[in-house]
Ligand binder design. Sequence first.
Ligand SMILES: [Zn+2]
Length: 79
Amino acid sequence: MTVQKCADCDSDMELGFAPNLTHSGFVQLKWHKGEPEDSRFLGLKTGVKIDQRELVPMTAYRCTNCGLLKFYANPTGDE
Ligand SMILES: [Zn+2]
């Protein structure tokens, strides 16, 4: 694993991810290409439209000194 250095303060960065709370528990945050478009049912907004094939799991590095976040979206989970 490559050691990531912070672009702002050159300190070490630690690997993590952004948990997203859903009705069934926490899941890994995912990236989706394009701009969000409202999803509606009977005229009521129910969320945003999602193409499941476009979802890419996201990982994140956090600077242990200043807290800067650096996100990666890669299907294999590697940066
Ligand atoms: Zn930093």
